[in-house]
Design a binder for this molecule. Structure first.
Ligand code: NAP
Length: 292
């Protein structure tokens, strides 16, 4: 049971996720800060709201898929924000990757107003969002997840119930910690091969030929790294944000994660050099493997 669904945030991921909801027959109305991105939805007969408040007032379930905590606040708070239109019994599903601390605040705020809240970041990039096969990392009550299962499985191939919110956000950071390492490994492997005079394509070929090392993720990053064309699937700036969330959790919990510290430094360097809006594989540009 999901009834009318409002969708906020039509970026790389949100536009594809909302399109899948429409395809699966849900009654969808959308809002996006940059209004032009709502045009394809309007052409398909979806409603377009002028404000998040208007959208939240119309729908039974409001999905938010924006960049970061500041963006969630921008669309949810204030006189025209989503919270101004949500009321008791409605459901808010945040699918944006935010910090667990921020998720806890959202969950508390919803609980005080009788709004059902799900903490549902996703694992999987542009192609999975397009195919509707994202892995949904769900934080919330089993009952709320069950009630929204059909809706969630219209965007994803699998729901992993992590526990009560903010467990979804914690799980998402665990997964992105691994992905950050994998990206830095393949970017540094490419860079190291080039410095050694080895064709980096051979590194990818070798990994692919070895059943113990072959990995679809490395294959996805093969072309961008070999051609140095970093068209964004997962923008580097979002991984930088997530690495900062991870380090902040590590600090709160007094955990030492030295490899992730190094990954964060590389991400920061890449962003400083102007590669934040490019794909995460542009971490290659932040590596400075030659000692001065
Ligand atoms: P994106 O393409 O950069 O889109 C960001 C969305 O947030 C846009 O709709 C943007 O609106 C909106 N937004 C940003 N700041 C805003 C503000 N201040 N006020 C209102 N709206 C604002 O990002 P994405 O790749 O779709 O990622 C969305 C979320 O999913 C992020 O949290 C990301 O970490 C996570 N994620 C991404 C991937 C991936 O592979 N891309 C995979 C898993 C999870 P405008 O259109 O107006 O700019």
């Amino acid at each position: 049971m999901s009834g009318k669904t409002g969708f906020i945030g039509l970026g790389i991921m949100g536009s594809r996720m909302a399109a899948n909801l429409v395809k699966k027959g849900f009654e969808v109305c959308v809002y996006n800060r940059t209004r032009e991105k709502t045009e394809p939805f309007k052409q398909q007969g979806c409603g377009v709201s002028y404000t998040p408040k208007q959208l939240a007032g119309w729908c039974d379930t409001l999905i938010v898929m924006v960049s970061d905590p500041a963006a969630v606040e921008a669309v949810m708070e204030g006189e025209n924000g989503g919270f101004a239109g949500l009321s008791k019994g409605k459901t808010l599903i945040n699918m944006s990757t935010v910090s667990p601390e921020f998720t806890r605040q959202l969950a508390d705020k919803c609980a005080k107003s009788g709004i059902n809240f799900l903490d549902c970041p996703v694992s999987g990039s542009k192609p999975l969002a397009e195919a509707g096969t994202l892995v949904i990392l769900a934080g919330g009550s089993a009952q709320d997840i069950k009630r929204n299962e059909k809706l969630l499985l219209s965007m994803g191939g699998k729901i992993i119930h992590a526990g009560p919110a903010p467990a979804g956000s914690y799980l998402k950071l665990c997964v992105n910690l691994v992905m950050g390492h994998m990206t830095s490994a393949i970017a540094e492997g490419t860079s190291f091969a080039e410095a050694c005079g080895v064709n980096p394509a051979l590194v990818f070929d070798t990994l692919e030929a070895n059943p113990a090392l072959q990995c679809r993720y490395f294959n996805m990053k093969r072309q961008p790294l070999l051609e140095k064309k970093f068209t964004p699937a997962f923008p580097l700036k979002h991984m930088l944000k997530d690495a900062r969330f991870i380090m902040s959790v590590a600090e709160q919990k007094d955990i030492d994660i030295p490899v992730t510290s190094a990954v964060l430094e590389i991400l920061e360097k890449s962003a400083e050099k102007g590669h934040g809006d490019e794909d995460i594989s542009a971490m290659y540009e932040g590596l400075e493997i030659h000692k001065k």
